[in-house]
Design a protein around this ligand. Structure first.
Ligand code: 13P
Ligand code: SF4
Length: 363
């Protein structure tokens, strides 16, 4: 979780009507011109998303951060994304997260101490085997540093299969964290047999495995998950197929394998957007991902019939913490010359984390 504490906003901000806030953000953007770059993840709410200079999934935004030269980058997303941007930008660039409480519950499921202990236990149990660590980008900078130091790579939802293939060429086994489901879906897509994929339950000794099971395994999955994507279920897929014959199901690979395996398509947020954009008018979709993105797709493609796969509102409440009023507050602080909510990864961690991020960017 963020180490800085989010300060309470001056009541002056909270008393303003949303329309006035929106107008002021536009004004601040104009004043800051090219010195400001606003990056927005696809799960951001519309009132913030409309101000994006660049939008994308985690991979696209990480690449943008490594290439863009603006001195101020305001990251409308969650904490690990802003950390990644800080690692990939120069020390002269300032990365800002509008609300420091915007964390990712999945990233918090892999605490550095837990992963270090698990790594040591695995090394001891497996003796001579070479284990390659892979971390999903939804992890802290410290975890990325641990992976970088040990010869591993970061992956995102759009390159997990590629990175896994690379890792299996480098060593005998892969230790994949924090997302069990992305790891499992990618391993099965590569044809790795089910009995060579084991779960590491972080609460149990040896992750709940015997030494024999670990020796047989090629992929060892940390038991972390996304609270939003866990809400999609195979029954919802069946319900839509019964209700709307011809409907296509598309889901994010953070969903459980029971859902991904029966969907018509799966992919990162960017892949979901592109697949629906390129589908013919009149096509019908049930989409298994965060609700802000599903609603945006509905509005953008009125010629298609787009539904959320789940009957419930699958909202990422931490992404939703980035509200227009916080965006205005951070822009005001830049204009005033005292930027707030700067995300700074200590250099000794950033250096090692960069190894694992750069491995991903070159694989
Ligand atoms: P992508 O946008 O990279 O697919 O990731 C989704 C996500 O959960 C971000 O937290
Ligand atoms: Fe984390 Fe899931 Fe929210 Fe993405 S959607 S930021 S994985 S909780």
């Amino acid at each position: 979780m963020p180490s800085l504490k989010q300060v309470d906003l001056d009541p002056v901000y909270l008393e303003q009507p949303e329309a006035a806030i929106i107008e002021k953000i536009a004004q601040r953007k104009k004043e800051l011109g090219d010195s400001l770059l606003i990056l927005c993840h696809h799960y951001q709410q519309e009132a913030v998303f409309r101000f994006a200079d660049l939008t994308g999934d985690s991979l696209k935004l990480a690449r943008a951060a490594s290439q863009e030269k603006s001195p101020f980058i305001v990251f409308c997303g969650v904490h690990f994304m802003a950390e990644t941007a800080d690692i990939l930008t120069t020390p002269e660039q300032t990365v800002i997260l509008p609300d420091l409480r915007a964390g990712c519950p999945m990233a918090d499921m892999a605490a550095i101490d837990e992963v270090e202990y698990a790594w040591d236990d695995l090394q001891e149990a497996l003796g001579e085997s070479t284990i390659i660590p892979i971390t999903y980008v939804n992890s802290t900078a410290r975890i990325k540093a641990l992976v970088g130091e040990r010869g591993g790579s970061v992956c995102t939802s759009s390159n997990a299969e590629k990175v896994l293939t690379w890792a299996l060429e480098q060593g005998d086994k892969v230790f994949f964290f924090p997302d069990e489901h992305l790891g499992r879906n990618s391993a099965y897509a590569l044809g790795i047999p089910k009995d060579e994929v084991v779960l590491w339950e972080r609460e149990k000794p040896l992750g709940g495995n015997t030494v024999e099971q670990l020796k047989k395994a090629r992929i060892i999955l940390w038991n972390g998950y996304c609270t939003v994507h866990m809400q999609f279920a195979p029954e919802q897929v069946e319900m839509w197929r019964k209700r709307e014959p011809g409907i296509k199901i598309i889901v994010h690979p953070e969903c459980r394998h029971e859902v991904v395996s029966i969907a018509d398509h799966y992919g990162s947020t960017e892949a979901i957007i592109n697949t629906i954009r390129d589908s013919p008018a009149g096509s019908k979709w049930a989409v298994g991902t965060e609700i802000n993105l599903v609603n945006r797709l509905k509005n953008q493609y009125p010629d298609k019939e787009i539904h959320s796969l789940s009957p419930f509102q699958c909202l990422c409440s931490t992404m939703y913490r980035i509200k227009p009023v916080y965006l205005l507050w951070v822009l005001d602080s830049i204009v005033a010359g005292h930027p707030v909510n700067r995300i700074t990864v200590p250099p000794e961690i950033a250096e090692k984390a960069k190894l694992s991020l750069n491995r991903m960017l070159t694989i």
